[in-house]
Design a binder for this molecule. Structure first.
Ligand code: ATP
Ligand code: BTN
Length: 293
């Protein structure tokens, strides 16, 4: 069975005001990973720019670096297919724009103090409420597509999370004390992301960087960044793709040594800026993981 077979089109999602994103919007009850489905369907040109896949649960939801994304019923699991006219090197910054749009949507539609944790998480009360995984297919100088995967813990109770995530995760229901309309979660993310995406394609992070910094977690605080480097032999397009997507690879190794400094902002290239003893150092998306001290 092809992934397209299990999805049904949702024609009139309440609250959706977009022109392009979520047109079409396809939904299923259960799949392995909406990102994997979106890549297959984009590969076969069955879906193109703006299409969104949504699943009520995922059996193999994935995060960065091959990590698992817990995807029990009650969460929102969606993937947006994008075909930006951008050089591949500019795609990594897009995940910041997605995370920023989710944070804005949760702030405006649900009155939550949502923050973006550079480069791909959204936190509320210091806990992870959403993760973003962008995967790209590209040639040297041309992007075929980007799949922007978004997992939001909407109507999840603490017991719904696996034990290893329980202490670091939260949900909309846990923060608000009541369940939310999952369609509103989907619609408000797409509503906010549509103009942000346009802005990103036109002008990169030139203006967005300041807005993103204003809702960044740990701003002005001491943080530590852990390096992730590509291991020996990982040259060429695959290494470039992994760098660009932050995607799964046994060749990516984490070093335990961290570099510590005060988080002072995000620059127009999407880099994390740390003040290290009076010297500002920039870290690229894909190179490091951020932790609060
Ligand atoms: P990084 O700073 O590198 O992004 P991270 O720990 O946030 O570090 P990610 O790859 O972004 O890592 O996210 C995957 C991690 O998120 C998993 O290893 C797990 O700890 C956590 N996680 C998995 N499912 C959920 C969920 N539904 N809600 C919150 N956190 C989750
Ligand atoms: C992360 O924090 O590492 C990113 C998590 C991304 C999860 C979403 S859920 C929808 C889409 N499908 C997946 O398999 N992953 C993304």
């Amino acid at each position: 069975m092809r992934p397209g077979d299990i999805y049904e089109e949702v024609k009139d999602l309440e609250h959706l005001r977009t022109k392009v994103l979520g047109r079409p919007l396809l939904i299923t009850e259960d799949t392995a990973s909406t990102n994997d489905d979106a890549k297959l369907l984009a590969d076969e040109n069955l879906l193109g720019h703006g299409a969104v896949l949504l699943s009520r649960t995922q059996s193999r939801g994935k995060g960065r670096l091959g990590r698992r994304w817990a995807s029990p019923r009650g969460g929102v699991f969606m993937s947006i297919i994008l075909q930006p006219d951008l050089p591949p090197a500019q795609v990594p910054g897009l995940s910041l724009a997605v995370g920023y749009s989710v944070a804005r949507a949760l702030r405006e539609s649900f009155d939550l103090d949502a923050k973006i944790k550079w480069p791909n998480d959204v936190l509320v009360s210091g806990r992870k409420i959403c993760g973003v995984l962008c995967e790209m297919k590209a040639e040297q100088d041309r992007v075929h597509y980007v799949v922007a995967g978004i997992g939001v813990n909407a109507n999840l109770r603490p017991d719904d999370f696996p034990p290893e995530v329980k202490d670091t995760a939260t949900s909309l229901a846990a923060e608000l004390g009541h369940n939310v309309d999952q369609d509103l979660v989907v619609a408000s993310i797409l509503n906010y992301f549509e103009p942000v995406y346009e802005e990103y394609v036109q002008r990169g992070l030139t203006d967005l960087a300041g807005h993103i910094t204003s809702v960044a977690a740990y701003l002005g605080e001491r943080v530590v960044v852990h390096n992730r480097t590509l291991g020996p032999g990982s040259q060429g397009p695959e290494a470039a793709r992994l760098h660009a997507t932050g995607s799964v690879s046994p060749q990516i190794v984490s070093t335990e040594t961290g570099q510590e400094g005060v988080f002072v902002g995000i620059d127009e290239s999407g880099r994390l800026l740390l003040d290290m003893d009076g010297v500002t150092k920039a870290f690229d998306v894909g190179d490091v993981s951020l932790r609060s001290v």
